[in-house]
Write a protein that binds this ligand. Structure first.
Ligand SMILES: [Zn+2]
Ligand SMILES: [Zn+2]
Length: 469
C-alpha cells in the first residue's frame, strides 16, 4: 500500500511496522528507477552504435560512449561501462529479469548477479528457462537470499539446465581477470584483484607462508605481514625479513636490495623538506599527498630513484611571452625535452580528461592544439601551455574528434562533449605549495623509461575486443 505513497508519507506519522514497509516501498521504487536509468544508458549506447556503423568518419564514437556517460553522470568510466553492459544485457537477453527489476521484485544487485552468472549461456531458449526458474526461486514468499547465495542459486540452475554452459562461463570469467591499484586515503593505496580461484588460493598460501616465516618476536600483526609480503613479492623477494631486531633472530631475512626492481614511481618534494629545514608534504604522483617524514624515508631508500625537487616560489610557467612571441626555440620542435615532459607530467599528475585518474607517467603527452609539422610557427607549440597528459584511451577519444578541448596557459582544460556539455579540469599534480618552475630537476639521472618524446597521436582504430554496442 505504500508504493503509491512513496514521497508523500511523513516518517513521523509511521508506526515501526509502517517504517519497515515504507523502507521496502522505497527500495522497490529505487529498483524501478535503476531499471529506467540502465535502459536509458543502454539506449544511448545503441544509438551511438547505429550512428557509428552508418556514418563515415565516426569510427570510435560507439567505443567512447562510456566516456560521455561517465562525465555526464559523474561516475568512473568503469561504472559507466558496467551500467551500459548491464542495461544492454537486461534489454536484449534477460527481459524477465528487467521486468522484475522494473516492478521492484528484484534489486539491482541480484539482477547483476543473474546477468554475470549467465554470460556463458548462449542459447536464448536455455537462458529463458534459467531466468524463469531463478526468478521464481528468488521471489518465492519468505525467501531472502544474499548476493552470494543468489549467485550459487543461478550457478545451480545453469548447471542443471545447461551443463555445457558452465564451462563457457568459466572461460568467460577467466578472461575478466584483473588487478587494479588505486589511490587510497592517508598516503595509502588499495589493491583489488580478480584471479582464477586456484591461482587466488595459491597466492593466499604464498602470502600466509611468507607472513608466518618470521620469528615469533616480529612485532607486526599477521595482517601487516601479509601486506608486507605483497610488497616483498613486487620487489622480487621470496621471503619476508623479520623486524624483531634481535641479533639472535633465526629468520632475519636477507632482503637483496641490490636486485630489487626499481619501481617507476615519482615523488615531488621541496628540497628544503629533504634537508629537514621544513616539513612541507610531498606528492606521490598519481596517488596524492605524503607527509614529510614519509618523503624523507623514501628519499633515503635507494630503491626509490625518481625524486623531483620543486621550487616553492612561483615563477612564470612556460616560455610564451605577450604578443605571441616565443622565447624558447624548443617550442617549435615537436618533441618536448626531458625537462619539459617531466614538468608537464608533474603539473598534471594524471590524465586530464574529466574524471580520469590514470597516472601521468602512464600518459601520452598531447599537443592540445595540434603541432604543425609543415609550419611550426602556425600550429600548436611544444610548451607547458599547449601540452597536456592524456591516457592512451582518452588520447584516442580526442583524436576521433567528437570531444573538443582547449587549454589555458596555466594548464586548465575545457572539454566539450559530443552533446555540447562543458567540463573543466585543472592540473593537480603538484603539492599545494609547489611550483613547476625551472627549479624542477631530477637529482638522479633520468632512467631510460623517461620518454623524452611526445607520443604520436594514436590511430582511431576500434579496440581489439569491442563492447557489445
Ligand atoms: Zn626475528
Ligand atoms: Zn584518461
Amino acid at each position: 500500500m505504500f508504493d503509491t505513497l512513496v514521497g508523500l508519507v511523513g516518517v513521523a506519522d509511521c508506526t515501526d511496522d509502517d517504517l519497515v514497509e515504507l523502507a521496502a516501498a522505497h527500495a522497490r521504487a529505487e529498483a524501478a528507477h535503476a531499471e529506467r536509468k540502465l535502459a536509458v544508458v543502454a539506449e544511448l549506447a545503441r544509438r551511438r552504435r547505429v550512428w557509428g556503423e552508418s556514418a563515415v568518419g565516426s569510427v570510435g564514437l560507439a567505443e567512447f560512449v562510456a566516456a560521455e556517460v561517465a562525465v555526464g553522470l559523474s561516475v568512473s568510466t568503469g561504472v559507466a561501462r558496467h551500467w551500459m553492459s548491464l542495461g544492454y544485457t537486461l534489454a536484449v537477453q534477460l527481459p524477465r529479469t528487467r521486468q522484475a527489476l522494473a516492478r521492484g521484485v528484484l534489486d539491482v544487485a541480484r539482477a547483476q548477479v543473474i546477468a554475470e552468472r549467465t554470460v556463458g549461456v548462449a542459447d536464448p531458449g536455455v537462458l529463458a528457462q534459467v531466468e524463469t526458474r531463478v526468478l521464481a526461486e528468488l521471489s518465492a514468499p519468505g525467501i531472502t537470499l544474499t548476493r552470494g547465495q543468489a549467485g550459487h542459486l543461478v550457478d545451480r540452475v545453469v548447471a542443471s539446465v545447461d551443463p555445457g554452459g558452465v564451462r563457457a562461463q568459466r572461460q568467460r570469467a577467466v578472461a575478466d581477470r584483473e588487478v587494479t591499484v588505486r589511490p587510497g586515503v592517508d598516503g595509502m593505496a588499495t589493491v583489488w584483484g580478480l584471479l582464477p580461484a586456484a591461482d587466488g588460493a595459491g597466492l593466499n598460501t604464498v602470502l600466509q607462508e611468507m607472513a608466518v616465516g618470521v620469528c615469533p618476536g616480529d612485532p607486526r600483526t599477521l595482517a601487516q605481514r601479509r601486506a608486507d609480503a605483497v610488497i616483498a613479492l613486487s620487489h622480487g623477494q621470496q621471503s619476508l625479513g623479520c623486524t624483531c631486531g634481535s641479533p639472535s633472530c633465526p629468520t632475519p631475512g636477507t632482503p637483496d636490495t641490490g636486485s630489487r626492481r626499481r619501481p617507476l614511481v615519482q615523488v615531488l618534494v621541496a628540497a628544503e623538506t629533504l634537508t629537514g629545514a621544513v616539513d612541507l608534504p610531498g606528492v606521490l604522483t598519481g596517488f596524492g599527498v605524503l607527509d614529510a617524514d614519509t618523503v624523507r624515508e623514501l628519499a633515503c631508500d635507494a630503491t626509490w630513484q625518481r625524486l623531483l625537487t620543486l621550487g616553492t616560489t612561483p615563477t612564470q610557467l612556460g616560455p610564451a611571452l605577450p604578443g605571441g612571441v616565443v622565447a624558447d626555440p624548443a617550442a617549435y620542435r615537436y618533441s618536448p625535452s626531458t625537462h619539459l615532459a617531466a614538468l608537464v607530467r608533474a603539473r598534471d599528475g594524471h590524465c586530464r580528461f574529466p574524471g580520469c585518474q590514470i597516472t601521468a607517467r602512464a600518459c601520452d603527452l598531447d599537443h592540445v592544439t595540434p603541432f604543425n609539422h609543415h609550419d611550426p610557427t602556425a600550429g600548436g607549440l611544444t610548451t607547458t601551455a599547449n601540452l597536456g597528459c592524456l591516457c592512451r584511451w582518452h588520447h584516442r577519444l580526442k583524436t576521433v574528434g567528437r570531444w573538443q578541448v582547449t587549454q589555458d596557459p596555466d594548464g586548465t582544460q575545457h572539454w566539450t562533449s559530443p552533446t555540447h556539455t562543458q567540463h573543466t579540469t585543472t592540473p593537480d599534480g603538484l603539492p599545494p605549495w609547489g611550483y613547476a618552475d625551472d627549479d624542477l630537476r631530477a637529482p638522479h639521472p633520468p632512467s631510460e623509461t623517461d620518454e623524452p618524446d611526445v607520443d604520436p597521436p594514436p590511430k582511431p582504430t576500434p579496440p581489439p575486443d569491442p563492447p557489445p554496442f
